[in-house]
Design a protein around this ligand. Structure first.
Ligand code: ADP
Ligand code: MG
Length: 245
């Protein structure tokens, strides 16, 4: 594994009962890279992402992130996961906590930061996502796009080495998508390592270093966006793109 490899997935297999969802996935991510994962619904994209932080336990293969082998039964998963931020389609904010408290709670409980330090880092990240003035709001007082930006700021407040995004804009009204993508573009520009499951082909084209096309539990094709999206080699990729572009 080269020194700038941050995520290394080898021969990853996952089944739910008899349903084989991941059938031997290999994926290498270098520090600072943006990988966009595209593919039809049900192809295993979310399951792959969830295996990267072991929210799903694989049936076979190996997952190494940031030097931790998460698939090793002796791995300290809590410790390994502090380096991995995740943002879901459905925000998952704590509804009864203010935005600021949403951003400080894990910093305090998991990282042991004191209140002042956690709030300082939280405010920096709220600033970064353009929501500094919403610190005292409750999630329900925000639009979906703002809630998702809070979710991103919350993940960033843990100062992760890599960020996983699972269709972060899919639940949003169309006019709110742009603000979230802008935050993600800026993050990419700052050098954050990102794995992004997305249907936003324009975003993938502009921001991804590597696009990975999945279908039926395998990586059908991967490479730079100009190749995978612009000039796909595989028929399955062509068919998928003709439906979404
Ligand atoms: P995608 O994100 O590409 O739409 P998923 O990874 O969510 O695909 O799902 C891949 C397949 O695995 C689907 O057939 C889905 O129904 C199935 N699946 C996902 N999670 C579970 C689960 N917890 N239990 C049973 N089947 C699941
Ligand atoms: Mg999914």
């Amino acid at each position: 594994m080269s020194t700038d490899t941050i995520v290394e997935v080898t021969g990853l297999e996952k089944a739910f009962g008899h349903l084989e969802v991941l059938k031997g996935i290999d994926m290498t991510v270098s520090r600072g890279q943006v990988i966009c994962i595209i593919g039809p619904s049900g192809s295993g994209k979310s399951t792959l992402l969830r295996c990267v932080n072991l929210l799903e336990e694989p049936n076979g293969g190996k997952v190494v992130v940031n030097g931790y082998e998460l698939t090793d039964p002796d791995c300290d998963l809590d410790k390994a996961r502090t380096g991995i931020g995740m943002v879901f389609q459905s925000f998952n904010l704590f509804a009864h906590l203010t935005v600021l408290d949403n951003l400080t709670i894990a910093q305090r409980k998991v990282l042991g930061r004191d209140k002042a330090e956690a709030e300082r880092i939280a405010r920096l990240n709220l600033e970064k996502v353009g929501l500094a003035e919403k610190a005292r709001s409750l999630p329900a007082q925000l639009s979906g796009g703002q809630q998702q930006r809070v979710a991103i700021a919350r993940a960033l407040s843990m100062e992760p080495e890599v960020m996983l995004f699972d269709e972060p804009t899919s639940a949003l009204d169309p006019e709110l998508v742009g603000d979230v993508l802008k935050v993600m573009r800026n993050l990419a520009r700052e050098g954050m390592t990102m794995l992004v499951v997305t249907h936003e082909m324009q975003f993938a084209r502009e921001v991804a270093d590597v696009v990975l096309f999945m279908d039926q539990g395998v990586v059908v094709e991967q490479g730079p966006p100009a190749q995978v999206i612009g000039d796909p080699r595989e028929e399955r990729t062509q068919t998928f793109l003709s439906r979404v572009l």
